[in-house]
Write a protein that binds this ligand. Sequence first.
Ligand code: AMP
Length: 420
Amino acid sequence: MSTFNAPKGTYDLLPPDSAKFLAVREAIAAPLRNSGYGYVETPGFENVELFARGVGESTDIVTKEMYTLTTKGGDELALRPEGTASVLRAALEANLHKTGNLPVKLWYSGSYYRYERPQKGRYRHFSQVGAEAIGAEDPLLDAELIILADQAYRSLGLREFRILLNSLGDKECRPVYRTALQDFLRGLDLDEDTRRRVDINPLRVLDDKRPDVQKQLTGAPVLRDYLCDACKAYHEEVRELLTAAGVAFEDDVKLVRGLDYYTRTTFEFVHDGLGSQSAVGGGGRYDGLSEMIGGPALPSVGWALGVDRTVLALEAEGIELELPPTTEVFAVPLGEEARQVLFTTVTELRRAGVATDFAYGGKGLKNAMKSANRSGARYAIVAGERDLAEGVVQLKDLESGEQNPVPLAEVVTTLLEKRA
Ligand code: AMP
């Protein structure tokens, strides 16, 4: 029988690389935790209708990329393709918006699923860390979120990313623009699928990556020219706040993003070292989404950053994260009695908070020392019959090679002092 492989478009996270993923998740979450965002966790699947309504019937995500299933009980579910609709659903369901404490600020981290054509940076299972500020219309919040994402990326050492910024207008000005854009697009030479998109969601045609389409889009009406005064003022304030915070951005009048729910502020973080899948994260304001999924009017803003692509961006910039060694002390027993005694010491060290590992499986000294070195531990504790007879273990500094006997009863305190 052949062995199983991970499903197409997925990959496994294994040590040592998996540590990088954890560190990236942590680095993105840290500024959020520090800014009043509370952790939220929602199920990996939802009723399919939530995404159909929330993300948009005409989006690629809903029409082509969703993993849907019918349960034995007849429920129509979908593996979550994104986080915002679920988080908003959870906040509404728990009435978080009724506590009188708006905005409700939440962050999340988890797995998302899209049936996409796999390539580097584009997978069928991927990880995002996201943040949502629900229930307030305030340009400070839009700016806050962009500033926090920028801070997260910078804390990882990333430099070659850019922030693209646009405003998509609101329910006053966007319809006027939409009609003007449709008039323009209907005069172009487009395939049937794209013509249908012109009818349903013309703004998304601007996002078409195909060069022949892009070429035809020169001279298309630009949303910026149609923004109403309120949207213009809002956008200008977000821009000023970012500038004041020293966060560089580029105005990108064509940025529309692939989800239907965005209004006003939209942004994308792109990394120049990633080739075609250059978007490492994105988000924006979604003032209409709550009503679209049956809730009250709750203007909100959020983003999601892709963990997989952020790790690729680190690799593209040649950044090695300084991760603390997973193991600090490695125990090497020589003989059966030493196995018992050292295992007890290992347990004590662990209980004292020292990351400790053990040469299992009755390895010889040479192999056991190899394992000790490979573990990244700074210290080895080695003990044989003679050491135990003297009531000591040998404490070896694996960096300098220096070795000294330490009374068994003092191993924990000695190591705690050394690492302090
Ligand atoms: P989106 O919800 O499409 O705006 O995605 C937000 C971020 O999630 C993107 O910028 C990517 O970093 C990441 N992402 C989205 N789809 C995928 C995918 N199929 N594979 C890997 N990362 C993805």
